[in-house]
Design a protein around this ligand. Structure first.
Ligand code: SF4
Length: 290
């Protein structure tokens, strides 16, 4: 059965949205509906340099600090647009006929870099919690607060506290884990954090805070698969034995133009076969987003 929303709409995650500088709306495959994003990194700063990064970095953005009062106003404004029905008439959504896909599912702290690097990260968490609470109380709409992070800052106490607050407020933390060993981590994510430290922080935090892992799989131009499935499974098994409890794993592949050219997306069947093996060997809940 064809997907009710076209691939073009699901792949359109551009941050340019009307007059807004810091907020945008997309139809999200992983949220199964509308997601409002908050971009805390219009300067595109990130602690990783993933080969598959889809953020356009050719035109280096000016390092202007985020104006948080403007961001707050923008979030109020885009939510008002959603509530009064105007948001649906944006050209980005013109081909979407299934209204379920235009219902607001989450407000995500995400954007063009690593949100936890922003000096406004904690304020953004409070803002999202306030607004999701308001939507619930005043409009009886359940909208999930979400943080999408590369996990490089999970060793910091203040970042962990903000993440815990988000989860206590009904939110979800989506954290990147694209590899099962240090060599692949270096090659794929090219982060400033050593793999063992990254992993320790992830697993330690994930013992008490239920994290959703995001694993992106693709093929390199020479045909090599990005994920060594055996190492990945062993890593998860080790973490789980030590008390790590991932809420679920989102397995997905490329949908847009990437920083390193000629990377290839994985087939749906390929993703599903991987998901099956991960489920079997780790008992984790694995969702596939082709
Ligand atoms: S963590 Fe995200 S924004 Fe940063 S380089 Fe990787 S894909 Fe790009």
């Amino acid at each position: 059965m064809p997907h009710p929303v076209s691939r073009a709409v699901l792949s359109e995650h551009g941050r340019e949205f009307g007059p807004y500088r810091y907020v945008y709306a997309v139809v999200s495959r992983r949220s199964q509906g509308l997601s409002i994003g908050i971009n805390l990194n219009p300067d595109k700063s990130c602690s990783f340099n993933c080969v598959y990064c889809q953020v356009e970095r050719k035109n280096t953005a000016k390092k202007k600090p985020v104006r948080f009062p403007v961001l707050m106003k923008e979030l109020h404004s885009i939510l008002d647009q959603y509530l009064n029905g105007c948001l649906h008439s944006h050209e980005r959504f013109s081909s979407v006929t299934d209204n379920n896909w235009l219902s607001l599912k989450d407000i995500a702290i995400s954007g063009d870099g690593e949100a936890t690097l922003s000096p406004f990260f904690n304020q953004a968490v409070e803002l999202v919690l306030d607004q999701t609470e308001r939507l619930k109380k005043e409009h009886a709409i359940n909208v999930k607060p979400v943080l999408i992070t590369n996990g490089s800052n999970l060793g910091k106490r203040n970042i962990r506290s903000a993440c815990e607050r988000l989860v206590l407020g009904g939110g979800e933390i989506w954290v990147k884990l694209d590899s099962g060993n240090a060599d692949d981590f270096r090659e794929i994510n090219q982060g400033s954090v050593p793999f063992q430290r990254f992993l320790k922080n992830l697993f330690d935090f994930g013992k008490t805070c239920p994290l959703i892992l995001q694993t992106l799989v693709f093929s390199f131009p020479d045909g090599r698969l990005s994920l060594n499935l055996n190492d990945y499974v062993l890593l998860l098994q080790k973490g789980i034995r030590a008390g790590f409890k991932p809420r679920s794993i989102q397995l997905y592949t490329l949908a847009r133009k990437t920083r390193l050219r000629d990377l290839r997306a994985l087939s749906v069947a390929g993703l599903q076969a991987m998901a099956e093996e991960i489920r079997e060997k780790t008992t984790c809940c694995v969702e596939v987003f082709p």
